[in-house]
Design a protein around this ligand. Structure first.
Ligand code: NAP
Length: 283
């Protein structure tokens, strides 16, 4: 197929590598000419241009720009599209995106591949980023079934685990497991930085190892993306943050009360619950 990708960054470039390797012809478009050149040089796309007219030949277009410019990007893209072209996006928030873009283009299917790294831009794009990752599609009542099937087929060809749900369900679910962790992890780094004794802080930085690396990873990621998530999924994120604050306060109280038994019970409970989130065999 002829496939278009608009926004050649980490996600757009990585999609390009994989779709090309499945035999598709990939046309890319990005804001900066140097990004287009690098995407071609790295082999993420067959052709690329800052001019959206290149998307005319595409049967499917993946919108992979930052969330904040998606609406304007689709508006600029529409005059160049064949009416049968299927449009999909990779945005990390779905309620706002679907509400904004579905009225602009009938053949639109919201999507979210749940994979990423702490890096951004075309330099960070890599083949096989989506292997074994979840890929969620969020069709609504009037999304054409044929468009959903087409995006589903492409997403599953990337060896992803496919899911479908309503955009609101997606946003509430990812608030718990993706957006709350960004804020919790950023707060962890911020709390460490509040240490006022320079010697202690330096020693903490020197001693930080795999545990800190794991728990701080998403808090050290792309700041623009984190801000967009908070802005575009505000209600669901706040809901999960209030619950998180409640958990923290309970732990603080138990430690103040020296209630070690209760703390152990709580930790036994979280230890038993974790596999359902991270171990695929438990689902
Ligand atoms: P990224 O690496 O920063 O890539 C976004 C690219 O979009 C940039 O490289 C930029 O290319 C281009 N761009 C910016 N403004 C543009 C415009 N007005 N028109 C065309 N291209 C423009 O970001 P990303 O991590 O790939 O995220 C892209 C999307 O994927 C976001 O919607 C995000 O919510 C979603 N997502 C991210 C992750 C993640 O973990 N990172 C995971 C899943 C989904 P230039 O170099 O040309 O400026």
């Amino acid at each position: 197929m002829n496939i278009g990708i608009v926004g050649l960054g980490l996600i757009g470039g990585s999609l390009g590598f994989d779709l090309r390797s499945r035999g598709h012809r990939v046309f890319g478009s990005s804001r900066r000419p140097e990004t287009c050149e690098l995407a071609i040089a790295r082999g993420a796309v067959d052709q690329a241009s800052t001019d959206l007219a290149l998307m005319r030949a595409a049967e499917v277009v993946f919108i992979c720009t930052p969330l904040g410019v998606m609406q304007a990007t689709v508006q600029a893209l529409i005059p160049h599209l064949d009416p049968d072209t299927v449009l999909t996006d990779v945005g990390s928030v779905k309620g706002w995106v679907v509400e904004t873009i579905a009225p602009l283009w009938t053949n639109f299917v919201g999507g979210h591949p749940m994979a990423g790294t702490a890096e951004s831009g075309i330099e960070a794009a890599q083949p096989n980023l989506f292997v074994n990752a979840a890929y969620v599609l969020t069709p609504i009542a009037d999304t054409p079934p044929a468009a959903v099937q087409l995006v589903e087929a492409l997403a599953s060809s990337l060896q992803t685990r496919l899911y479908q749900c309503h955009p609101v369900v997606h946003d509430r679910a990812v608030a718990w497991i993706s957006h709350l962790p960004v804020v919790a992890s950023a707060s962890l780094i911020g709390a460490c930085l509040s240490e006022t004794d320079a010697e202690v802080l330096q020693m903490a930085q020197a001693l930080a190892s795999s545990g800190f690396r794991d728990t701080s990873r998403v808090g050290g990621g792309n700041p623009e993306l984190g801000t967009m998530l908070a802005q575009r999924n505000r209600a669901a994120l706040l809901h999960s943050l209030y619950a998180y604050r409640n958990q923290l306060e309970q732990f603080i109280q138990l430690i103040e009360q020296e209630n070690w038994n209760r703390i152990q019970v709580n930790l036994q409970h979280t230890q038993a619950a974790r596999p359902k989130f991270v171990d695929r065999n438990q689902l």
